[in-house]
Design a protein around this ligand. Structure first.
Ligand SMILES: C[S@@+](CC[C@H](N)C(=O)[O-])C[C@H]1O[C@@H](n2cnc3c(N)ncnc32)[C@H](O)[C@@H]1O
Length: 244
C-alpha cells in the first residue's frame, strides 16, 4: 500500500477524466461536456458561489476544525472537477442516522472512508468505539487538513483514538483484512468505483469476513447488485450493504 506523498497531477487528472467520459459520450460529446464543466468551475469560483459553500460551517464552529468545502483552494477544486469528484463533507445528522443502522459491535470493526476529504467523517466515526478509523484521500491539500483536524479534534463523546488519514488514490488502496465498515460518499466516477469494489471483493475472497458498505448518495448501486453484497437498508439518501 502506498501512502504519504502521493501526487495527483494535472496530466493524470486529465487522463482520468477522458477515460471516464470519452467512451460514454464519444469525442465530440466529451469535448462539449468538458466545456460545460469548465464553465461550471468558473461560475462556482465567484465570491457569491463561494459564500454559499459556507452553508456547511456549523460542524466546524462546534468542534473547532476545518471541514468546510468553502475554503478548498481553486487548484484542488479544479483537479477535483477533472477527477469528477469534488470535496463535500457529509452532513452530521445524516451520518449518525446511517451508522445507527449497523447492527454491529463497533469494537470489532475498522471504519474506512474512501475519499475522506478533510476528514469530517473520520472525526464523526470516532464518536463510536471502532477498533480503528482510516481515511483515504486523493488530494494532498485535503489529506493535510484531515491530519490537522484529527490532531485538533476533542469531544467528550469521542471513543476511538486510532484515526489515520492517508494520501492515496483509492483505486490503489489495499483493504485491511479485518471486519470493515466501508463508507462511500460519491468519491469516484463509474470506472474507478468499479475498480474499488473489485478490489474489495478480491480482499473478501482472500479473507472472508463481515463487511458493511455504507453508500451515501448511491449513484453506482448497479455494481453492488451482485454476490457477495446483500442490500440491508435503503432510503432516498443512502444504501447499506453487507456481505451475504
Ligand atoms: C463527496 S467528497 C466526500 C468527503 C468525505 N468522505 C465526507 O463524506 O465528508 C468525495 C471525496 O473523494 C475524494 N476522491 C476523489 N477521487 C478519489 C480517489 N481516486 N481516491 C481517493 N479519494 C478520492 C475527493 O477528493 C473528495 O474529497
Amino acid at each position: 500500500m502506498r501512502s504519504g506523498n502521493h501526487r495527483y497531477t494535472l496530466i493524470r487528472a486529465a487522463r482520468d477524466w477522458w477515460s471516464e467520459r470519452a467512451p460514454k459520450l464519444g469525442i465530440m460529446g466529451a469535448v462539449r461536456q468538458l466545456m460545460r464543466e469548465m464553465y461550471e468551475f468558473v461560475r462556482d469560483s465567484t465570491p457569491e458561489r463561494k459564500r454559499l459553500r459556507y452553508g456547511d460551517i456549523d460542524y466546524d464552529w462546534e468542534h473547532r476544525v476545518d471541514t468546510t468545502e468553502a475554503t478548498v483552494s481553486n487548484a484542488t477544486r479544479f483537479l477535483g472537477t477533472l477527477a469528477i469528484s469534488l470535496y463535500q463533507p457529509t452532513e452530521p445528522a445524516l451520518f449518525h442516522q446511517m451508522i445507527a443502522q449497523l447492527p454491529i459491535d463497533h469494537r470489532e470493526f475498522t471504519f474506512v472512508d474512501i475519499g475522506a476529504g478533510k476528514g469530517r467523517t473520520l472525526l464523526m466515526a470516532s464518536d463510536y468505539p471502532f477498533q480503528r478509523i482510516l481515511g483515504v484521500e486523493l488530494f494532498e491539500e485535503l489529506n493535510h487538513i484531515a491530519k490537522e483536524n484529527i490532531r485538533r479534534y476533542k469531544a467528550e463523546r469521542q471513543k476511538c483514538f486510532a484515526i489515520e488519514s492517508q494520501c492515496l488514490d483509492a483505486r490503489e488502496f489495499v483493504f485491511p483484512q479485518e471486519p470493515l465498515v466501508v463508507y462511500l460518499f460519491n468519491p469516484l466516477p463509474e470506472n474507478s468505483f468499479r475498480r474499488v469494489i473489485d478490489n474489495l471483493e478480491l480482499s473478501l475472497q482472500q479473507k472472508p469476513r463481515e463487511i458493511y458498505i455504507v453508500y451515501h448518495n448511491p449513484e453506482h448501486r448497479v455494481f453492488l447488485d451482485r454476490v457477495p453484497w446483500r442490500e440491508f437498508a435503503v432510503t432516498g439518501q443512502f444504501a447499506i450493504y453487507r456481505t451475504a
